[in-house]
Write a protein that binds this ligand. Structure first.
Ligand code: PMV
Length: 359
C-alpha cells in the first residue's frame, strides 16, 4: 500500500462543501489486456486522452452529526437515483477508503452525467472513475490536505485505477502511459504519467470519430476478458510485444512518422481481439459491421492516401483516427460510407484533449 498518499488531517478546516470535475474518456493505442491483483497491468499501455466523451461529477459533502463506521453516500445520475450504478461506486469507495481518513466522517451526495449518448456502447468507466477520484482528492484538499498539485493528479490516477484500470490514464493529456516501462521516465504500474517528451504537432489535435457499431451489452465483460489472459497460450509473448510497441510508438510520437503510427495502432487493435479469439473459452466482440468498416477504411486510405486508421477497444465500435487537417474529407467519407454501418447511423466526433477540468 502506498502510504505516501495519506494526508493525515487532524482537524477539518470546513464541515461541508461541494466539488465538481469533468473527466474525459481515453483511447488506448497500445492496449492493456491482462492484469494481476489489484489492477496491476501485465504490460505498459499508452493512450490518447479524449475531450468530447466525458463525465461531469459533483460531490457534495457534509460532516456527519454522529460518527459511525459506515461510508455513507447517495448517487444521482443526471439528477435521478440510479441504483444499478451504486454497487460499483460502493466498491470503489471501499477500495479507496484506506487512502482517505475523512471518508467515514462525512455524508456524500454524488451527482454524475455523461456528455455522450446514454447506452451508446461507449464505456463510461474511464471518465466516470477518473472524475470521481479527482473529486475526492479535491475534497481532501479542501478539508486540510497538503498534497502538491502534481501529487493530487498522481493520487487521483492511483485511485481511479482501483475503480477501473484504464481510468487512470484519463487525468492528464494529450498522451499518457500506465505501467512500468524502461523508456518512460517515472512510469509506474500504480498510476499513469503524462508522456513528457515533445509530441509532433500532427498528434496534438488528432481526431477520433467513434462509430457506434453495436450498442448492445457486451457478451464478455472486460473483467472476464482480462481474467482469460491467465494461462493464455500467447500471453507472455503478447506482454513483451505490447512493451516493444510502446517503445516504437514513443519514437513515432516524436518524429510524426504517420505510416509507422498506423502500422502499430492497427496491429495493436487486431492483436487485442486476436487475444480474445484465442482465449479459452474463446469469444468475438467484433460484429460483421466492424470488419466492413475496417475494410472501407483500408480502401479509402489506399485510394486517397489520406492517413486515416482505426483502433478498437473491448467491443464492436470502431475508433477512426486521423490528423485534423483531413477532417473535412474523412467526415465526408464517414457520412457517405460508414454511417450506414452504425446503429441508427450514430457516431461521435471526439479529439485529443488534456484530462480532468475543475468545474
Ligand atoms: O480498464 P478496463 O479493465 O475496462 O480494461 C480496458 C481494456 C481496453 O480498453 C481493451 C484496453 C485499454 O488499454 O484501454
Amino acid at each position: 500500500m502506498s502510504s505516501h498518499y495519506n494526508s493525515n488531517i487532524t482537524s477539518y478546516k470546513i464541515n461541508s462543501g461541494n466539488v465538481a470535475f469533468a473527466a474525459p474518456s481515453n483511447i488506448a493505442l497500445v492496449k492493456y489486456w491482462g492484469k494481476r491483483p489489484v489492477q496491476i497491468p501485465e504490460n505498459a499501455s499508452l493512450s490518447f486522452t479524449l475531450s468530447a466523451c466525458r463525465t461531469e461529477t459533483s460531490v457534495k459533502y457534509d460532516r456527519k452529526l454522529t460518527k459511525d463506521a459506515k461510508i455513507n453516500f447517495s448517487f444521482l445520475f443526471e439528477g435521478s437515483p440510479k441504483p444499478s450504478f451504486e454497487p460499483k461506486i460502493k466498491t470503489f469507495l471501499e477500495r479507496v477508503a484506506p487512502y482517505f481518513s475523512f471518508l467515514k466522517d462525512f455524508n456524500f451526495i454524488i451527482n454524475s452525467k455523461n456528455t455522450f449518448p446514454h447506452s451508446s456502447g461507449i464505456a463510461s468507466s474511464a471518465s466516470g472513475m477518473s472524475a470521481l477520484a479527482r473529486c475526492f482528492v479535491a475534497i481532501e484538499q479542501e478539508l486540510g490536505g497538503d498534497l502538491s498539485k502534481a501529487m493530487q493528479i498522481e493520487k487521483a490516477s492511483f485511485l481511479a485505477r482501483l475503480g477501473s484500470g484504464s481510468a487512470c490514464r484519463s487525468l492528464e493529456g494529450p498522451v499518457t502511459v500506465w505501467g512500468e516501462h524502461s523508456s518512460i521516465l517515472n512510469s509506474s504500474d500504480e498510476f499513469a504519467v503524462k508522456f513528457s517528451k515533445p509530441i509532433h504537432s500532427i498528434f496534438t489535435n488528432y481526431q477520433d470519430t467513434v462509430l457506434l457499431i453495436d450498442k448492445g451489452e457486451k457478451q464478455v465483460s472486460s473483467t472476464v476478458g482480462h481474467g482469460l489472459m491467465h494461462g493464455h497460450p500467447f500471453a507472455s509473448q503478447r506482454f513483451v510485444q505490447a512493451n516493444q510497441n510502446l517503445e516504437k510508438l514513443t519514437k513515432v510520437l516524436e518524429t510524426g512518422d504517420i505510416n509507422e503510427f498506423i502500422a502499430i495502432v492497427e496491429s495493436e487493435a487486431l492483436t487485442l481481439h486476436a487475444m480474445m479469439m484465442s482465449s479459452q473459452p474463446y469469444f468475438i466482440l467484433m460484429k460483421p459491421n466492424t470488419l466492413e468498416v475496417i475494410n472501407e477504411i483500408w480502401s479509402f486510405r489506399k485510394q486517397t492516401k489520406i492517413p486515416v486508421c482505426f483502433t478498437l477497444d473491448a467491443g464492436a465500435n470502431v475508433h477512426v483516427l486521423y490528423p485534423e487537417e483531413f477532417k473535412r474529407q474523412v467526415l465526408a467519407f464517414i457520412k457517405e460510407k460508414l454511417a450506414a454501418r452504425c446503429q441508427n447511423k450514430q457516431y461521435i466526433c471526439d479529439y485529443v484533449g488534456n484530462g480532468t477540468i475543475k468545474l
